[in-house]
Write a new protein. Structure first.
Length: 364
């Protein structure tokens, strides 16, 4: 089976790049001929490990959005004509629009790693914002309708998209990290992981930790990830006198090793497409303290069992949850064990088994 993945690039340390790298590698190691076509890798190396059996081809168009989309579409058409794949998969970016217009006779699949209301949340300003959001959603829906399958991450996403599409499938993201050791949950440290962008609500997290330190000054918070907010967040940390207590550690390809040295995971996002970091932390036996995003955490965390689900923006509730875990070792251990058990259903073999079933169901 010859499979092509489409993604903007592979050099960024993001969740989409991690998931595509893991899935492509698994398929290649299980006998598939797998190519990844990027728009803008240039001479940069993929951030995450890839099987030697996966071929990466950079189309060199620079971008796959805006005015560059037409250029990308032409380059994609030439590449697909040369490769003649059985299946082509768009991985959640603007590549879906070029794939929707492609003349390639292969089966076409689009993954979408965001909630259906993404555009209305992004353009949340009066009148004109609603017009832009409506237009972008209609454009995406039209492209998705041209796919053989439109794959979303959560059951809530599936229910939302089935209102307008008949080709929707739901498959969770797989666990993407290699866990070599579990946390002992004895270190005085929490971790947070994610892109340093606005929807993750990092200022609230820093405020939460400042309040935790009033009761537990020996505990530290390590934040892993990069993004455009790094400088402003560092200034906030310094201004609040938290240097050495809250640390921006940058992106780390071996995040499992960092999680194994922590005693809990903190997530304050206002919205998530899935919350991959939650199952990664759970696989390291960390209890989870997360905002109750409408999509993602609500399906992954059982409140009071594998962690705590808290109202978005309620910093006092977060502080109390973190402090309960700090102060109650038995609770910490019990939630860590439950989180570990929860993570098992997201194993790469289980999730990729679902993908193989989907591939077999596609029309010849």
């Amino acid at each position: 089976m010859k499979i092509v993945y489409l993604i903007h690039s592979l050099h960024n340390p993001g969740g989409m790049e991690r998931v595509v790298s893991v899935k492509a590698s698994w398929l290649a190691e299980h006998g598939c001929d797998v190519r990844i076509l990027t728009a803008s890798l240039r001479s940069r190396k993929p951030f995450f490990p890839l099987s030697d059996k996966v071929s990466v081809i950079d189309l060199g168009t620079g971008d796959s959005f805006g005015p560059a989309l037409r250029r990308y579409g032409k380059a994609l058409e030439r590449a697909l004509e040369d490769i003649c794949p059985d299946i082509c998969i768009s991985s959640g970016g603007n590549e879906i629009y070029a794939l929707a217009e492609s003349r390639c006779s292969c089966a076409k699949i689009a993954e979408y790693h965001f909630s259906r209301d993404k555009f209305h949340l992004k353009y949340a300003f009066p009148f004109f914002g609603r017009i832009v959001a409506d237009w972008r959603l209609a454009r995406l829906t039209a492209a998705a309708a041209k796919m053989d399958r439109f794959v979303v991450l959560t059951k809530a996403d599936r229910r939302d998209w089935e209102r307008s599409l008949s080709n929707v499938e739901q498959i969770y993201n797989p666990l993407t990290i290699n866990v070599k050791e579990l946390s002992t949950l004895e270190n005085e440290r929490f971790v947070a992981v994610g892109r340093l962008s606005a929807e993750k609500n990092w200022p609230a997290m820093i405020e939460i930790w400042a309040k935790v330190l009033v009761r537990h000054p020996e505990w530290k918070l390590d934040i892993y990830g990069d993004g455009k907010l790094r400088d402003s967040l560092q200034k906030r940390i310094d201004a609040m006198g938290l240097r050495g207590k809250v640390t921006l550690c940058g992106a780390d390809p071996d995040i499992a090793a960092r999680m194994a040295q922590a005693s809990g995971l903190l997530l304050t996002s206002e919205r998530e497409g899935f919350g991959l970091v939650l199952i990664e932390a759970a696989a390291c036996a960390l209890p989870l303290v997360s905002s109750a995003c409408p999509v993602g955490p609500l399906e992954l965390i059982e409140d009071g069992v594998s962690g705590f689900l808290l109202p978005c923006g309620d910093t006092d509730a977060f502080v109390e949850a973190v402090c309960r875990l700090i102060e109650d070792r038995e609770l910490r251990l019990r939630m860590g064990r439950n989180a570990l058990e929860m993570s098992r259903k997201f194993s790469i073999d289980n999730v990729m088994g679902r993908w193989l079933e989907l591939f077999r169901s596609l029309p010849d």
